[in-house]
Ligand binder design. Structure first.
Ligand code: MN
Ligand code: MN
Length: 440
């Protein structure tokens, strides 16, 4: 099975580069799950045919309801919009050596050393005792300050350098620099007191308000084209905004369809799909109930089950692309190449496919046929060599409900790093593949 570069379709090159511009703008506007939900609602509200459900501002479901849903079912593309990042602890502020710092608790799986000594922005909400929600974004505008977790200097890191990477930069060491000017005439923690004054004066935030907050530190840099030929995109959190964006663009461009087209943007995938905004919750069944009601079908349990039985899902998540410097972590015959198109992943999992829903051969054939008919460039991919590691997606949680599910998304380099890489060509074919699936 040859993997052929999507760039060989010379006629598509301009379209590919053009499509990427919209994605780069989307990346720069939306770095957190809350921001993506807000933008997605704006995008979807331009078409009155959508039923959109906002799940606690952190997840979203949308569909184009149609009366024959009971006979035909749905086609759903499910991605996730949470990404690895560094969250603030409930009591984050402290002062040491005349510097003010923030205690953090990282979210998702990260190689912690990658997050040292890079510029970080703060995004999120602070909710006051009275219930007022204050939206915070600091570090995105060029005039804003940024924040950082300072690393140790190489001159004095001899002892630290001997540590295993896993133990290097431990969780409790990811402390963020937040200020240093002392408040005049204060003896105890004067710089911290000055910061508290700033928080109160500028944002109306009290120290206790930080307890009821969700503040996330993410890289402050913008998404950029990579390479002299500008064929790739480097950005924070392609995983999984690349699939979320492709699914949004796909459902917005659907012209005619057989089955009810739908997308889901889940939260909490990176920490196991937990919580009332994650894929283990009842979001999907509840939404099917809403769709049934909207077309005057009785939203009874048996009808929900019937819809699920007739429906299929693309678990839209990124896969790994072969790294030219570290090809040994993948089986080259079954791994995806950057720039060879949308990846079809029959199973994920670790150690003997554990934790994978393993799509049925029949459904793989169906999707293969849909992609081929639409001229989508696609390739097979696995999540690493057998027994080396692995991972999972939301696929298994939807499969448990009874859906046909398969994983399909673009390959990524440097996944979960603060600067992940995708090919513009793979992004384009991901969009085209998702559109073909929704229309089939
Ligand atoms: Mn993912
Ligand atoms: Mn991930």
């Amino acid at each position: 099975m040859d993997k052929i570069s999507v760039w060989k379709d010379v006629d598509n090159r301009k379209k590919i580069l053009k499509f990427a511009e919209g994605y780069i703008a989307f990346l720069n506007k939306n770095k957190t799950e809350r921001e993506i939900v807000k933008s997605s609602i704006e995008m979807l509200s331009k078409d009155k045919g959508f039923l959109v459900k906002n799940i606690k501002n952190k997840a979203l479901v949308a569909a184009k309801p149609s009366k024959d849903i009971l006979d035909k079912g749905m086609r759903i593309i499910a991605s996730h919009i949470d990404s690895p990042r560094i969250d603030l602890k409930p009591t984050p502020l402290y002062e040491k050596q005349d510097l003010v710092l923030l205690k953090t608790h990282y979210y998702g799986s990260i190689r912690k050393y990658q997050w040292l000594s890079i510029p970080l922005a703060i995004h999120g909400v602070v909710v006051t005792e009275a219930g007022k929600v204050k939206e915070i974004v600091i570090g995105e505008d060029d005039k804003d300050p940024v924040f950082t977790i300072p690393d140790l200097l190489p001159h004095l890191s001899k002892k630290q350098d001997e540590k295993k990477i896993k133990e290097f930069a431990e969780g409790e060491e990811l402390n963020v620099l937040f200020g240093s000017i002392p408040k005049a005439d204060e003896k105890e923690d004067p710089a911290l007191k000055n910061i508290l004054d700033l928080l109160k004066g500028k944002y109306g935030i009290l120290e206790e308000d930080l307890i009821s907050a969700e503040l996330e530190l993410v890289p402050s840099w913008k998404a950029r084209s990579i390479g002299l030929d500008e064929s790739l995109i480097g950005a924070y959190a392609h995983d999984d905004r690349v699939c979320a964006y492709a699914s949004l663009k796909a459902i917005l461009s659907v012209e005619k369809f057989q089955k009810v087209p739908a997308i889901i943007l889940f939260d909490k995938e990176e920490i196991g799909s937990e919580g009332n905004t994650g894929a283990r919750s009842e979001i999907v069944s509840d939404f099917i109930m809403d769709v049934l009601k909207s077309v005057d079908v009785v939203p009874a349990y048996r009808n929900i089950r019937r819809v699920i039985e007739k429906s299929s899902v693309i678990s839209a998540d990124v896969n790994v692309g072969i790294h030219p410097t570290y090809p040994e972590v993948l089986d080259e015959y079954n791994a995806a190449k950057i720039g060879s198109g949308l990846v079809l992943t029959k199973y994920t999992g670790v150690k003997g496919k554990a934790g994978s829903s393993d799509a049925s051969a029949e459904f793989v054939a169906e999707l293969r046929s849909i992609y081929n008919k639409a001229g989508v460039r696609w390739q097979i991919g696995e999540l690493g060599k057998v027994d080396l590691g692995g991972g999972g997606t939301v696929a298994k949680f939807l499969a448990q409900l009874g859906f046909q599910v398969i994983d399909s998304g673009p390959p990524v380099l440097a996944m979960h790093s603060p600067f992940e890489i995708v090919s513009k060509g793979d992004l384009f074919h991901t969009y085209r593949g998702y559109k073909a699936f929704l229309e089939a």
